[in-house]
Design a protein around this ligand. Sequence first.
Ligand SMILES: NC(=O)c1ccc[n+]([C@@H]2O[C@H](COP(=O)([O-])OP(=O)(O)OC[C@H]3O[C@@H](n4cnc5c(N)ncnc54)[C@H](OP(=O)(O)O)[C@@H]3O)[C@@H](O)[C@H]2O)c1
Length: 289
Amino acid sequence: MTGWTPDEIPDLTGKTAIVTGANSGIGRPTALELARHGARVIVAARSPEKGEATVADILRAVPGGQVEYGRLDLADLASVRRFAEGVDRLDLLVNNAAIGMISRQETKDGFEMQFGTNHLGHFALTGLLLPLLLAAPAARVVNVSSDAHAMGRIDFGNLGLEHGYSRFGAYGRSKLANLLFTLELQRRAERAGTGLISVATHPGTTATNIVKLGPLQPLMGVFFKSAAAGAVPSLYAATSPDVHGGEFIGPKLKRLTPSERARSEADARRLWDVSTEMTGVRFDEIAYS
Ligand SMILES: NC(=O)c1ccc[n+]([C@@H]2O[C@H](COP(=O)([O-])OP(=O)(O)OC[C@H]3O[C@@H](n4cnc5c(N)ncnc54)[C@H](OP(=O)(O)O)[C@@H]3O)[C@@H](O)[C@H]2O)c1
């Protein structure tokens, strides 16, 4: 499967896709290729300036494409709600945005920033858009995780990480949460008899803003692959007929095995319950009865 390229994306005419963090890095070529293959694409970004500029760039590359900007700040649940209210239909949700390796900060709602943005923001977004996804014939949710999930641990008694915060630890925890969420969403969607597919990806080390190399930053493009190459797992996960729910797709489109912690059903269920409590977003349509 290593030879797959975005040229093989099927015709997406009639489908609506959302790509979070589409103004930068891996999200940008993800949105571009989905638009190139006929999807109506909503570029979800927190900065209107960057979001509108991305829409204009994509439309220059895909004249006549259907590309729109939607303002979304994943670190603010009110913004997530406003964004979701503006969406009218949805087939593909690519939860791509992330903040990484920062000093300890909090979201507008007081959650530790990396967990709040990368996991809770996307959890809330997916739950709020679930009715639209379930109304679509073959909807998919792609959560862009990372092999960094393997260094993550979730201490449910210290979700705020007020003690023992580390930039990498908090990032790894958020990416572990992405995987636990992906697998739990798949189990719930399946058990409820829906056709929704939930998949996770690891793009591989890619030259983007999230990578922090300190003084070596200018050399990033020499060592790491391009954003367009980093977008291939997301595009494959979002569109290939060979993808199955619950898969974790890595570089060269290999099926990766999530860490043991990421495969814990007990942790996935606990994270789901805690995330519901923290965001106030319920997934009633696929709740356990
Ligand atoms: N690059 C890698 O080597 C690598 C490896 C493994 C996994 N990943 C994953 O790949 C995904 C894409 O990251 P990237 O590498 O493309 O990095 P990036 O260029 O930094 O892109 C991250 C995107 O997320 C957006 N974002 C951050 N906080 C947000 C918020 N509160 N609300 C809405 N959007 C927000 C950023 O917007 P602004 O431009 O406004 O900041 C940006 O568009 C992430 O999930 C990352 O964890 C990347």
